[in-house]
Ligand binder design. Structure first.
Ligand SMILES: Nc1nc2c(ncn2[C@@H]2O[C@H](COP(=O)(O)OP(=O)(O)OP(=O)(O)O)[C@@H](O)[C@H]2O)c(=O)[nH]1
Ligand SMILES: [Mg+2]
Length: 336
């Protein structure tokens, strides 16, 4: 199961109590106040982890309470600050407040820290109330309560290229050939159930390719694996639309093509204008009259898209495709 949305409860540690105490020493008759302040409670902080790619661990552990600060002590002893509670999350984690849906922040870099629940300040000890007006203050404060709230964490994968297409089109096969990723590949639809990322490279330029589950009609409103994974490709910079061109799928390629475009467009405006290339897959299987390539070429021409003919089996066309994707990504955004 790929978990990309979890709800968690977080609470910063309470501040330690301030201390009310007076110096008592032999030969010092009227010792002044010497109660120290309480220590601050720990914060709850998210930390970006490049090696992590799901929010799954947070499904089993949903409550995070940071430690309270130590209480102040006599002899001006300040309570120790509590350690922060760190939660490791994958890059692309977006945090929203439950109820209001306000975005609190987003973790996008390795090691990036995002404060999600502040620890309370320590209470003042009576020493800090000492003034000319009050030489013997007896008041000390309790620590401030730590901030607490419910949050939604959503994961959006950060990839440069998103592979989109119908189930069984050959997306995972393509990813496995242009990167070291080992997605599951099989001759049935919906083999890929969770997005898989792979790192492809061309001439020292590395880029991340996301293989997502196949898209079917109605995906943008939740059909099939639906919205969950369309979110993942929302932020890719380039889409590679993979079309089975073996002629053996029994599908009408133009209708298939339109289905995917329609779903992407209705999911998000931004996706509909994303730079796109067409990939005719499984070329090694195509032959004769049933070869749908002319139809795919016509679509490419009509929509002004660059077309790549590839085969995951023979490796044909993969270099050209990888080189082109790399060059698209290296072009500044406005021109890409
Ligand atoms: N001969 C040949 N078979 C291919 C090629 N590409 C994919 N296949 C086969 O087509 C089937 C589907 O390939 P996948 O890569 O799993 O397809 P997918 O698009 O990832 O499918 P989903 O994950 O279900 O959306 C598998 O049996 C592959 O072995 C190719 O270039 N040539
Ligand atoms: Mg797949």
């Amino acid at each position: 199961m790929f978990v990309d949305r979890v709800k968690i409860f977080v609470k910063g540690g309470d501040g330690g109590r301030g201390c009310a105490s007076f110096r008592r020493e032999t030969f010092v008759p009227m010792g002044g106040p010497d109660g120290g302040n309480g220590g601050a409670g720990g914060d709850v902080i998210l930390v970006g982890q490049v090696n992590q790619n799901t929010l799954l661990p947070l499904r089993f552990h949903t409550e995070f309470r940071a430690k309270r600060g130590a209480h102040g002590g006599p002899g001006n002893r300040t309570g120790r600050e509590a350690k922060d509670t760190l939660i490791q999350v994958p890059l692309g984690t977006v945090v929203r407040e439950e109820g209001t849906d306000t975005v609190i922040g987003e973790v996008v870099e390795d090691g990036q820290r995002l404060l999600i629940a502040q620890g309370g300040r320590g209470g003042r000890g009576n020493k800090s109330y000492l003034s000319n007006m009050n030489r013997a203050p007896r008041n000390a404060d309790p620590g401030e309560a730590g901030e607490e709230r419910w949050l939604w964490l959503d994961l959006k994968l950060l990839a440069d290229v998103g592979l989109v297409g119908l189930p069984n089109a050959g997306k995972s096969t393509l990813l496995s050939r242009i990167s070291a990723a080992k997605p599951k590949i099989a001759d049935y639809p919906f083999t890929t159930l969770t997005p898989v990322l792979g790192m492809a490279s061309w001439d020292d330029f590395d880029f991340v390719v996301a293989d997502v589950p196949g898209i079917i009609e109605g995906a943008s409103t939740g059909a099939g694996l639906g919205l969950d994974f369309l979110r993942h490709i929302e932020r890719t910079r380039v889409l590679a639309h993979v079309i089975d061109s073996s002629g053996l799928s029994g599908h009408d390629v133009t209708a298939d093509y339109e289905t995917i475009c329609k779903e992407l467009n209705s999911f998000s405006k931004a996706l509909s204008t994303r730079p796109r290339v067409l990939v005719a897959s499984k070329r090694d299987l195509a032959h004769g009259e049933s070869d749908p390539l002319p139809e795919i070429q016509a679509i490419a021409k009509r929509d002004g898209l660059k077309l790549f003919e590839i085969s995951g089996a023979t490796g044909a066309g993969l270099k050209e495709l990888t080189a082109h994707l790399a060059s698209l990504l290296q072009t500044p955004r406005e021109e890409a």
